[in-house]
Design a protein around this ligand. Sequence first.
Ligand SMILES: C[S@@+](CC[C@H](N)C(=O)[O-])C[C@H]1O[C@@H](n2cnc3c(N)ncnc32)[C@H](O)[C@@H]1O
Length: 216
Amino acid sequence: MPLVDPPSETRPPGAATVQACESVRVASPVMRLLDVAFGHPHGPLGRLGAALMVRGNVEQETWAVEHAGLHARLRVLVVGHGPGVGLVQAAAAVTPGDQVIGVDPSPLMREPAAVRCAEQIVAGVIELREGTAEDTGCPDASGDAVVSVNNVMLWDRPAGFAELARVLRPDDRLVITVHRHVLDVPADQLVANATAAGFIDLQTSLRPRKRNSPAG
Ligand SMILES: C[S@@+](CC[C@H](N)C(=O)[O-])C[C@H]1O[C@@H](n2cnc3c(N)ncnc32)[C@H](O)[C@@H]1O
């Protein structure tokens, strides 16, 4: 399916776009270990997970930032940023003077993200907060784009999509990418959740596994 959005003038006012990307599903017992390392990171396994995410998910973070069209964005929300690779990429993509807000519920993830983004935090380009997709702490219509890499499977999805619809301004964009092996529902379910929250022009794509990704 196409990755490129239709022109914004074809979208009705008050609507945002979601793009989702998935790779390949594997057996569910693995997911319990993955959750300690990656989903709700804690302890030594969580620290190992952070190190693996830095190396393993770069390509996905790049894809998400590229598809968010951040060059024209004023305020970007990065949900579930983990160790912060995508935050750095988003900060590099925005126009000078724009802002990137990162929210993640895990102190174990916010800590390395703060170190990785120290320069951009001091410069006022990046701000990190405790938060989730379901509760970002952002005001209504305060965001111009939202990026989520490998965390939609952890959301209360109806609540998460509703929160992001509240935070985004009309005609703006939500980009989600997730490894297929950690997504416990069909991609159609994400589309249904997003639609119920008011998102339109939904596009999904299945991408091949990549060499620098744990999923590929
Ligand atoms: C697998 S990591 C992904 C991190 C990074 N985006 C990447 O792909 O390398 C999942 C992240 O989502 C965070 N998370 C957990 N529950 C969340 C929620 N409800 N909303 C947003 N993020 C959440 C975790 O703390 C963790 O940092």
